[in-house]
Every structure is written in structure tokens, then in C-alpha cells.
Ligand binder design. Structure first.
Ligand SMILES: Cc1cc2nc3c(=O)[nH]c(=O)nc-3n(C[C@H](O)[C@H](O)[C@H](O)COP(=O)(O)OP(=O)(O)OC[C@H]3O[C@@H](n4cnc5c(N)ncnc54)[C@H](O)[C@@H]3O)c2cc1C
Length: 462
């Protein structure tokens, strides 16, 4: 008889409630990771994130082998694979952590039923979010649609309270260390055939140990200046923890607690402001998950139904403009720098993400879904919930979104956030400037005219 831990986006040994519970049961423990074959599955990743996942799994397998836990890597549907694996390996108890994703919730329910019928006891633990969506509702039982009251309420509740059972050390070895080979991870076929992903190596070090080091370095260093520096893309002083949080190399509880614990002892006002601001960003990640869970349709459709009206978008923007945006060839320097940072490094600074998204959806009038799709393929931190919220926020069609009539002006943004041009020259280099693919003033007026037409036409105003 054995216990099995099913790992998904919790690729860590520390603070892993499912793993801790499996080990506490006294049975020999094995672990499994299953990558889906369907491209649309909740656990499927885009190309850049697959590169990150490949390396994160190598690190995970090595760390588990060192404490005597074998990690099996499979490809297919969990509902088809887990029952037969349990039967084959004599698994009596199965443990996993919950993911806050509506599609995943449905499949978890079906799987639990299947396994229970086969006599396997299943235990699922709360993870992924600091507070589960059903515990973070307004007093009247409805879902928060505005971030500020949502976060005020949650933060008050969490401050000073380490979520019970959520933090735990790396387990002590449970058996002798196992041999380790990279073959199994390679067999998953996560790396794209195009060698594009090789350049990502210079920018990222996947795996739990590297993520913990990054967290410690950030908390002891750049965090103090976060409020002042977070909007300056050239300074590059945000935490860059987004892929580690997406893949669960770090738990949200660990990141929150490591900053929250310092709040009580901190006396410097500037540092306190920075700490609170950083925690609020973790709050946005939380908010994005809760919103997607409550409104699953928003992954593909706008939260504000007015934006499902084709009149909200340019009737025929043409593929060329989209391609120029993707390649960083719009002729708008800050937009192009951002898109090249994305292509070269699998990541883009948040301030520039907002600008490139505003340029695509508002100036070019191209649907936010096209931009979200490109980000899904090219970001190492591509995350359904945060990406959907980010795009709809900028396009003005999401919950608590920027007003649709606010159109970022790239020149003003550059003067404010990249005054020396250091970010632009870092990603564009000395290349001669390209003529802009669209005029900023007329494209802005076109966008405003489109929005006026859908506001006028909306059922509310008829
Ligand atoms: C159009 C658009 C698309 C985006 N797509 C994604 C995405 O696919 N995946 C993703 O993780 N973030 C996304 N973001 C949010 C944000 O840009 C990144 O989380 C952030 O830039 C990651 O860098 P960091 O880890 O250094 O952030 P920090 O500033 O150090 O913040 C710490 C953590 O807080 C969370 N966070 C910060 N800002 C946000 C936010 N606005 N929404 C949700 N969580 C946030 C992230 O987990 C981040 O790692 C998107 C934003 C926009 C405008």
C-alpha cells in the first residue's frame, strides 16, 4: 500500500500541504505530474512557459529524489491516467492541492468521484490563493468586483496570521536518495522544436531553490525601494516572482508572510509603503483568480458585454498590424522595446504590459483576445487569471477596469517612466527608427468614436 501526491502548479517541497499530509500518513510516498495533451486544457502552457516548466520539473524531480520520493511524469488526461496508476501501484491514498481555476474544479470533482468508487481515498488541500474564493465574499454573499474593498477586507483578515498549516519546511528524507535522470522530463516533450527558447536561459533559473533565493534577495534588497522604482522598466527592480508563483515553486502564503512578518518591526515610512504596495500586488493575483472563478466566461468574452459588440473594435484591422505589434515593429519606440523584451526574455515589465496592451486594443482597435493569446505563448509567467484580468483591465471592458476612454499616450509614458531612454535603447539598440504604423492622434480619435458608438448603442442608453 502506498500514498500518491499529484503535483500540478505546486512544484515545491516546502509549504506543500498535500505533500506534507501524504508524508504524515506513514505510507511510502510517490509523486506524479501529468501534462495534458489537449491544448485547451486548464493545465496546458504556452511555448515560453513550457520551457520554464521543463526546467522546473527537472529541479523538482532532483529535489524529490534527494528525499527518497520518486516522481513519475505522464502525459494525457488525469481522469484517464490516475485511476489506472493507482490500481497498478497499489495506491490507497491520493493527495493533491486545489487550483483556483473553474475548468480544473469540474475535473477535480469528476476525478474524486471516480477514485472513490475505485476505493482510493482522496484528500484535497487549499492552496494557490491566500483565501479561497468562497471565503472572500461580500457580506451579502456576492463577489467583489472592485479591488480596493476586496483587498482591504482580505488584508485585514490575513495580517499577522500565518495561514494555519500552509507553511512547512522541506521534508526530511523518507528513504535513501534515488538515482536521477533527465530522460523522463525530456520524454514529456515540453520544449518547442524551434530553438527560440534557448535565449530564455540567460534570464531565468526555474526551480524552488532558485525561487526561494530570489524571494529572500528581493525582500532584503529591492523591496524597500519598491514603491519608488516599481514603475521604471529600466530599473528592473520588481520581484520577478511571477513565474515562480504561477508554477507554485513558491506558495502565495510564503511570499505574503515573508513581507507581512516584517511590517510589524519596520519603522521607516518609505519601506512600509513599499511593503504594503507589494502585498497589494499579491492581492491583485488573488483578485484575478477570484474573478475568473466567479465569471469563467471572461476568459474568452469581455466582462462588460458592450465590448462583445463588434463596433467596439476596428472592423478590419488586418494581420499586418497585429504582426508588427508582435514583432516589435510598430515604430512606437516604447511599445517596440516592450514587445522585444517579451520575445527575448519571456517577460515584460508591468508598466510596459499596460502600454502595449493599450496600443493594441485602443490605437489599433484589435480585440484584447489577440493580445492575450500572444502573451499566453510568449510569457514565462503566462497565467489565465492574471492575463485575462490584465488585458480586460487595460481594454476597459473588465471588472474594476481602467475607464475605456483612458488611452495611454506612449510619448507621455516614455517621458515619465523611461526619461533617459535606457529601457528603449536596451531592447531596441541602435537600429534606425521605423515610421509609426499608425498616427497616435488619429488612432486615439478613432478609438474614442468607437467607444462613443457602443455606449450610445448599449441597451441601457436606448
Ligand atoms: C496586459 C497584462 C497582462 C498580464 N499578464 C500576466 C500574466 O499572464 N501572468 C502574471 O503573473 N501577471 C500578468 N500581468 C500582471 C503583471 O504585469 C505581472 O504579474 C508582473 O509584471 C510580474 O512581474 P513581477 O513578478 O516582477 O511583479 P511584482 O511587481 O514584483 O509583483 C509581485 C507579484 O504580484 C503579482 N502581480 C503583480 N501585479 C499583478 C497584476 N496586475 N495582476 C495580477 N497579479 C499581479 C504577480 O504574481 C507578481 O509576481 C499582466 C498585466 C497586464 C497589464
Amino acid at each position: 500500500m502506498r500514498a500518491l501526491v499529484w503535483l500540478r502548479r505546486d512544484l515545491r517541497l516546502q509549504d506543500n500541504p498535500a505533500l506534507s499530509a501524504a508524508l504524515a500518513g506513514g505510507l511510502p510516498v510517490e509523486a506524479v505530474f501529468i501534462y495534458p495533451t489537449e491544448q485547451n486544457a486548464a493545465l496546458a502552457e504556452g511555448a515560453a512557459a513550457r520551457w520554464y516548466l521543463h526546467h522546473s520539473l527537472l529541479a523538482l524531480q532532483r529535489a524529490l529524489a534527494a528525499v527518497g520520493i520518486p516522481l513519475r511524469l505522464l502525459r494525457g488526461r488525469a481522469e484517464a491516467l490516475l485511476p489506472s496508476l493507482c490500481a497498478e501501484r497499489g495506491i490507497e491514498r491520493l493527495f493533491w492541492n486545489r487550483l483556483i481555476d473553474p475548468q480544473q474544479e469540474d475535473s477535480d470533482r469528476r476525478l474524486t468521484e471516480l477514485l472513490r468508487r475505485a476505493g482510493v481515498s482522496c484528500q484535497r488541500f487549499e492552496d494557490d490563493c491566500l483565501v479561497m474564493p468562497e471565503e472572500a465574499l461580500k457580506d451579502d454573499g456576492s463577489v467583489y468586483r472592485v479591488f480596493t474593498p476586496f483587498w482591504r477586507r482580505l488584508n485585514d483578515r490575513l495580517h499577522g496570521v500565518i495561514p494555519a498549516g500552509r507553511l512547512s519546511a522541506v521534508p526530511r528524507p523518507v528513504a535513501t536518495a534515488l538515482p536521477f535522470s533527465t530522460m523522463e522530463v525530456e520524454g514529456l516533450g515540453l520544449l518547442p522544436p524551434h530553438p527560440w527558447h534557448k535565449k530564455l536561459q540567460a534570464h531565468w533559473q526555474p526551480g524552488e531553490a532558485a525561487a526561494l533565493e530570489r524571494l529572500t534577495r528581493f525582500v532584503e534588497g529591492d523591496l524597500a525601494e519598491y514603491e519608488r522604482q516599481r514603475d521604471l522598466p529600466a530599473a528592473d527592480r520588481t520581484s520577478r516572482l511571477s513565474p515562480a508563483l504561477h508554477f507554485g515553486e513558491l506558495s502565495a502564503a510564503r511570499v505574503y508572510t515573508s513581507v507581512d512578518q516584517r511590517l510589524t518591526h519596520e519603522t521607516d515610512d518609505k519601506t512600509l509603503t513599499s511593503m504594503r504596495r507589494f502585498l497589494a500586488e499579491i492581492g491583485w493575483r488573488e483578485f484575478a483568480r477570484h474573478v475568473l472563478c466567479a465569471f469563467p466566461h471572461t476568459r474568452l468574452r469581455s466582462m462588460n458585454p458592450r465590448f462583445d459588440d463588434p463596433a467596439a473594435w476596428e472592423p478590419d484591422p488586418g494581420d499586418e498590424k497585429l504582426r508588427a505589434w508582435q514583432r516589435g515593429e510598430t515604430g512606437i519606440a516604447l511599445v517596440d522595446a516592450g514587445m522585444r523584451q517579451l520575445w527575448q526574455s519571456g517577460w515584460m515589465h508591468n508598466r510596459v504590459r499596460m502600454l502595449v496592451a493599450s496600443f493594441l486594443t485602443k490605437n489599433l482597435g484589435i480585440h484584447w483576445r489577440e493580445g492575450a493569446r500572444w502573451f499566453e505563448q510568449t510569457l514565462v509567467d503566462a497565467d489565465r487569471a492574471s492575463n485575462t484580468l490584465g488585458w480586460q483591465w487595460v481594454a476597459g471592458c473588465g471588472t474594476d477596469a481602467a475607464p475605456y476612454f483612458r488611452i495611454f499616450n506612449p510619448d507621455t509614458q516614455a517621458a515619465k517612466f523611461d526619461p533617459e531612454g535606457a529601457y528603449r535603447s536596451c531592447w531596441i539598440g541602435e537600429r534606425p527608427p521605423l515610421p509609426p504604423i499608425d498616427d497616435l492622434k488619429t488612432s486615439r480619435e478613432r478609438a474614442l468614436a468607437r467607444y462613443r458608438s457602443i455606449v450610445r448603442e448599449s441597451p441601457k442608453n436606448r
